[in-house]
Design a protein around this ligand. Sequence first.
Ligand SMILES: [Zn+2]
Length: 295
Amino acid sequence: MSSFAGLYLVAAFFLFGGSGDAHRSVHFELSCGADDRVARIVLADMEHTLDRVLRFCDRIGLKYEVGVDRIRGRVVCDERARSALRQPGMQWGVYDTNSGNIYLDPSIFAPGEVALSGPRLAALRLTVRHETAHLVLDRLLPRFGTNAPAWLAEGLACLFEHVPEDEADADTLPNAFRQADLRRLWSASRRNPAIEFDIVRVLESRDWPDVSGVSASKADKRLSAWYASCWAIVYYLSEREPACLADVVRMFNGAAEGADSTARAHEALRGAAGCLNGDVSSRVVRFALGVEARH
Ligand SMILES: [Zn+2]
């Protein structure tokens, strides 16, 4: 995973006295007993993700009513996080809509644990950026998360997971991590038609895939495939149908639009004139994999 050149320049940090282990940036606080080096990386990623989400909203024309200076968020590591983190695919962290906090597994920062570097640090950073995107979107669009289907909320969060190079078009580059999962899935489904892979089925679902009673490794595989599909659909929308995506998100948020807003959002997505009408699977996959459509 590539590094972010401005990592250490994003915000002013200081050690917060009193509790002894909390670190703060302009908008965020990390209370996990992390050492200074890791705390700086995590908080810089959070500030960076906030900036990216705001730029994304501006780019697709999605208006929000909350002032940016009022956005605050905390990362908490404690035992309460562990029950949420026992679900497959959530070994590292979770955003909790009730408390508005991000919870991370406390063992990540435990003294004596394997040093946070290499793939371990990369996994933590990807998780932090994903959960921060949920947090920021929840602050900007407080009704979106509860009204929108899971694939849309997750696909949006996946847009901000990867660290882009410092280039003008960095925000529109694909998420290489999800793209690799999608590529594996797509080529496997072509070799073996019995392998389940169906963008349309993801689109028609409202919740996370049911992985109860499935072995941990199967559940992880199924969830990785599902997240890759969610990312692909939302990445396609954000690049090819940005105005439509903005409308749909606004309608799911339902600001001042009454109770039928959610139904209209579904219609705008999948109806006859919706932004994901017709035979959408191959369009989405080809776009997300960077393969030009043949027609
Ligand atoms: Zn998520």
